[in-house]
Design a protein around this ligand. Sequence first.
Ligand code: 6PG
Length: 621
Amino acid sequence: MIIFVMGVCGSGKSTIGDALAQKLNIPFFDGDDFHPQENIDKMSKGEPLNDNDRAGWLAALNAKAKEEKNAIFACSALKETYRTILFEGLTNGHLVYLKGSYELIDKRMKARKNHFMPPGLLDSQFATLEEPTYGIQTSIDQSPDLIIKDIMNQLTADKQEFGLIGLGVMGKSLARNLAGKGFKLALYNRFVKDSEEKVAEKFIEEFDVFNEAKGFEDLKAFVNSLARPRKIFLMVNAGKITDYVIEDLKPLLEEGDIIIDGGNSHFKDTERRIDELAKNGLHFVGSGVSGGEEGALKGPSIMPGGHQEAYEKIAPYLEAIAARDARGNACCTYIGKGGSGHFVKMIHNGIEYAEMQLIAESYALLRYVNGLSPEAISGVFDEWMKAGLSSYLLETSQKLLLKKEGEDFLIDLILDKAGNKGTGSWTTVVMAELGIPATMISSALFARYISSFKDKRTQYTAHFNAETKSGNPINVEALKEAYALARLVNHQQGFELIKRASDEFSWELNLSELARIWTNGCIIRSELMEGLIGQLKEGTDFLLNTPNITAQLGSLREVAVTAITSGVSVPCHLSAVDYLNAHLYNHHTANMIQAQRDFFGAHTYKRVDDPNGPSHHTIWE
Ligand code: 6PG
């Protein structure tokens, strides 16, 4: 935006223009600096400038304004014809008139020293002045702070302060949350004949909280309704749709505007978008948002990453709508550069996959090995919640098991084929690329994949003729301890993966802060997460340190054995126990692997008596 701050000499154009520029973080230019020397000489001699003197000067200011795109200029602009020259060809120009009485300005001018315009010229300034009947007008008979405040208020008076695109389930909840915090919103939803017509307008009518909101299905009108720099939150499907929306928005936006992507986008897509939009001077913030529909409405956990200066401008909005941690702080923090916000959201989802699978496996063991009813299992989970294992996911599982449809438990009516939207598979690819064995996440993902082959499972069941056995019941106390340790391993692996990515991509992520913003609002919030804040703060990334860890390992092994002999698939528990087993002893399998590699491929090996020494190759036959 270009703002010309006008008024007679002594009205404070330079002071106010400069302060306003700092407030808006855009450059300031003093019109006096654009006068040719002849004009300055004339004014110094006390001779008023005529229209000819001014024409070239005004044209020079207009040219500079066109070049800058975002800037503030102090310029007397006394006559309407002068203002016409100043604004010629500008689509984003604003006029701010500093209005003051002759007496007040005369007093100020007389107190001013070392200025090339003698106070005697004030008469001619007032004689020339044609007060504008449009634009922003503010009285200079108040402190500079109040003048700035008044201008800012008027600049944004008819503008919406925050935009949101995409009124699906999450978008609607976030919009209600934002409006509830008092923000003036512009909401946009696309127009699709017969299926999506006037979605934003109709939605606004539904809730009183939207009394200051405006709804749009015309993207240009939506963008124009927003105060600059524009802040636009995208809640649209990740992938191509996000790119299409960005492409449509790009020509409508101006330097400094900010797009926030709140979808589950791949972090590499986010990095690409940041780079592409930076070419147009636009900011892109990739922000994970967790908590589902209810979280979005009542307070999600928010993980924004990208340029920090862009984050600072949107922080008041995001932090206001985020959930609160136990100390009342927002579960939203600047994550780091580039795609780090979406990266950590992806790992959040990976941890979520394994947490869900562990509960599902505990359920299966209690149901099929111990023969407990859904109601009884709900009771077991309830006990676990009270025994230090409380988490959002265990709580939801405990509740959903009680849901009935007629005589049936609803859980028994749900087809056992698990869906997924991709974040678990992205995490699995990334862990392979980064060389971090977050085996519980990949096991949870593949458990979902196996479940989806329902026909194949039916075929295998008939082929092997092997039923689930309910011989030895699971010791419920051992199952609880096994679950507790497996969760710890899951978090250990997840945070290790984040740490590795942070080092690899130089993101400097603060793991303790991540744990903190994951203590509320998000899907993996838990008592365990609360405890991890302190541990991670101490700089350790070794999280496997509960006092009864040895006994827990015994329980995990016991559960694994019973599950295997009973024929119940528990891939996440098995991954956890195997991950620990693999780390616990020096007698590993890798020497055999190295020997095999060297045998058939001359890949060489190191020797135990010289681990850092040269590589060896053996002629094996
Ligand atoms: C959240 C959730 C949410 C959703 C994921 C996983 O943090 O609010 O993680 O993002 O559950 O999209 O979905 P899938 O299980 O379908 O992969």
